[in-house]
Ligand binder design. Structure first.
Ligand code: FEO
Ligand code: CA
Ligand code: CA
Length: 663
């Protein structure tokens, strides 16, 4: 998120995503991003006393000539009527659609799981209920069905001030949050990870199959196996795991993917925040940890568990930051940390089978000035034998992208012994390349991007979309063709085409599909088509989906009353023909939330979305105008009951009367 949405000295928020690593600025001064965002906010311009002058100087002539309302009709490939952009405490979906709450934080997912009782939470109960802050959503059909399958859901992080009663106090205008108890920390651990939930559509409505044998919770304490080049390496060993092959838990699971063989891959993103303490003097990991922002110390876990204290267990952070694979068809299976796919702040892991049968995974590293990666398996996908694919992720080549200003790009292999990746430079084996992926990519001269989030291959037209959410720290002298705006507050989307339409190719061409932000404010430099209405533009692209027709849908993270005068949501974006770069608002979230998922069922009749961190914003939303916390949240979505806290939830959106979404 761009603006500081809460008193961040007190509350942990999704701001963590922006803070860690080399770009971290620990001061409370407004960042250049906030200043730029405020300056470029259309709402800000309209409010100021110089509004008339400012608008006359900044609205592009084209925007003035064309009337908003008439524009979208007849051009876009999407037939729905747009939602009006704005900010309030509800969700809104386009007219003629239902957005039904399917799973809320705390909903029991096993037959014997207790009902959610916010006043009497326990770690044991939380481990049997849906976790907090759902992010990625995947659908794995059962018997090929589009109306019966497994929903896989990531639970990215926890926000205690909205989860636990009685920990926030305001006295004499000062807000404070009490230290968490061990039980509350244990609830946080149990609220992390992922969920596997069987669902079935009956009478046009999705239902949870609560007693399914396939339902599963994975948490920050679930035992996992380390596989691939880093397994058993000295840098992976701890007191609890002297072999360096078993890890407890997965953390900060952001986006992910479903593999062609029907497993779930989940991406460990901002793992640095969970670690505290100080590395022993002269420790060999010092440079590597600095590159990752470890330890960041946002969580209180190290007070209760030594392994989150790098002074006591210096190698533990090396065991996070991976892609984890889960065989959802066996609820007793041990999830595997697949180290061949590298270690960084993994955003997602969407995959596609290449022409010769190798499988290609696109991977973003979400930090300012970090990189775009892909992994190509050495073996080929066997559609007739699921078991034959189960270790495909242990062997292959990890590449990092270098974008040239002439519209070409190259995938540079991260292979030990090739180029600078030698012992002399600190890479004694492929394990070192895997554990220190960012440092290896630095040496290869990869292109520093504006926070790569989801990267999505399109099986219909062979293109790949790279969502770059924002980078307010890029200076004028750091601008390049692939990251064309300094102080990039609103992000952009790059479209790439691999050579010959082959996803396993090592080069290709790229172009900017869209520079985001309000296109009516000339200084922003947004490039939405002129058919895009004042509701249709967006900033801060994060997650995305491709529907069965090959159309692009973009979800955002970081809008809000201060940055854009609109909440986050789901936008349908044309990529073809005259309508290219036209965008329409389909769904928007309640105040404080970002939109995650999104995920279309194979028949395009449902889109699942996750509303993450609702109510994580209060002071900047004028009608509320104060800190938002458990007892006094800016919204009590989705239950709106006085005795129920705000609850991050997964929704199923369907067309009233049935049929495909937006055909
Ligand atoms: Fe968890 Fe980069 O979003
Ligand atoms: Ca994300
Ligand atoms: Ca995000």
């Amino acid at each position: 998120m761009n603006p500081k949405s809460q008193d961040e000295a007190v509350f942990r928020t999704s701001q963590l995503e922006e803070n860690g690593g080399p770009g971290h600025n620990p001061t409370a001064n407004p960042t250049m991003g906030e200043i730029i965002t405020a300056r470029f906010s259309r709402r800000g311009l309209l409010k100021g006393s110089l509004a008339v002058t400012a608008i006359a100087a900044s609205v592009s002539p084209v925007a003035l000539i064309l009337a908003d309302e008439a524009r979208a009709e007849g051009v876009s490939a999407f037939d729905f009527t747009e939602v009006e952009a704005g900010v309030d405490d509800q969700h809104h979906v386009a007219e003629g659609y239902d957005a039904d709450v399917l799973l809320r934080w705390g909903d029991p997912i096993f037959a014997d799981a207790p009902e959610f009782d916010p006043a009497a939470q326990s770690a044991a109960a939380q481990a049997m209920q849906l976790g907090y802050n759902s992010d990625y959503i995947g659908y794995i059909p059962i018997d090929g069905s589009a109306s019966h399958g497994l929903l896989v859901i990531n639970h990215e992080y926890t926000t205690p001030h909205l989860m636990f009663p009685g920990i926030v106090t305001i006295a004499e205008g000062k807000i404070s949050q009490a230290p968490l108890s061990k039980e509350q920390v244990d609830i946080e651990l149990a609220a992390h990870g992922a969920a596997v939930v069987e669902i079935r559509k009956e009478g046009g409505k999705w239902q949870v199959v609560r007693g399914s044998k396939l339902n599963r919770r994975i948490t920050a304490t679930t035992e996992m196996e380390v596989t691939g080049p880093a397994a058993g390496h000295d840098r992976m060993k701890t007191n609890a795991d002297p072999a360096g092959t078993r890890v407890l838990g997965t953390l900060n699971n952001c986006a992910g993917g479903v593999t062609p063989w029907g497993t779930f891959v989940t991406a460990e993103e901002n793992f640095h925040g969970y670690f505290s303490g100080e590395l022993p003097a002269g420790h060999g990991e010092a440079a590597a940890y600095q590159r990752l922002g470890v330890p960041e110390g946002s969580y209180e876990w190290a007070k209760h568990y030594d392994r989150y204290d790098v002074g006591k267990e210096p190698n533990e952070p090396n065991r996070f930051g991976w892609i984890v694979e889960v065989d959802v068809m066996d609820p007793d299976s041990t999830p595997k940390k697949r180290t061949a796919l590298g270690r960084f702040k993994h955003e997602g892991a969407e995959s596609i089978v290449s022409r010769d049968g190798r499988v290609v995974f696109y991977l973003g590293d979400d930090e300012r000035f970090d990189y775009v990666y892909k992994f190509v398996t050495a073996g080929t996908f066997n559609a007739a034998d699921r078991a034959a694919n189960m270790d495909l992720l242990d062997e292959g080549t990890l590449y990092v992208a270098k974008f040239a200003d002439d519209g070409t790009f190259e995938w540079l292999p991260l292979v030990h012994g090739e180029g600078p990746l030698t012992a002399a430079n600190g890479f004694a084996s492929q394990a070192d390349v895997a554990i220190g992926t960012r440092l290896a990519a630095d040496l290869l001269g990869a292109t520093k991007m504006d926070r790569p989030e989801d990267i999505q291959p399109n099986p219909v037209d062979g293109k790949v979309y790279v969502l770059l959410t924002n980078n307010t720290k890029r200076e004028e002298n750091q601008v390049d063709a692939a990251n064309p705006r300094a102080s990039n507050a609103f992000g952009h989307i790059i479209e790439i085409a691999e050579d010959g339409g082959d996803f396993a190719a090592t080069r290709g061409r790229w172009e900017v599909l869209l520079k985001c932000g309000d296109p009516s404010v000339a200084e922003v430099g947004a490039t939405f088509s002129t058919a895009t209405t004042s509701n249709g533009w967006f900033g801060m692209p994060d997650n995305c989906a491709i529907d069965a027709a090959g159309r692009l849908w973009v979800a955002t993270d970081g809008q809000g009353p201060k940055a854009t005068g609109r909440t986050d949501g789901l936008w349908a974006v044309d990529t073809e023909g005259e309508a290219r770069a036209t965008s329409k608002l389909f769904f928007r979230v309640p105040v404080g939330a970002e939109l995650c998922g999104p995920l279309f069922t194979p028949d395009d009749e449902t889109v699942f979305v996750a509303v993450q961190h609702p109510a994580d914003e209060g002071p900047d939303w004028e009608p509320f105008g104060r800190p938002s916390y458990y007892e006094d949240p800016s919204t009590r979505w989705p239950d709106f009951k006085d005795d129920m806290p705000v609850r991050p939830s997964v929704l199923a959106i369907t067309r009233q009367g049935g049929g495909k979404i937006a055909s």
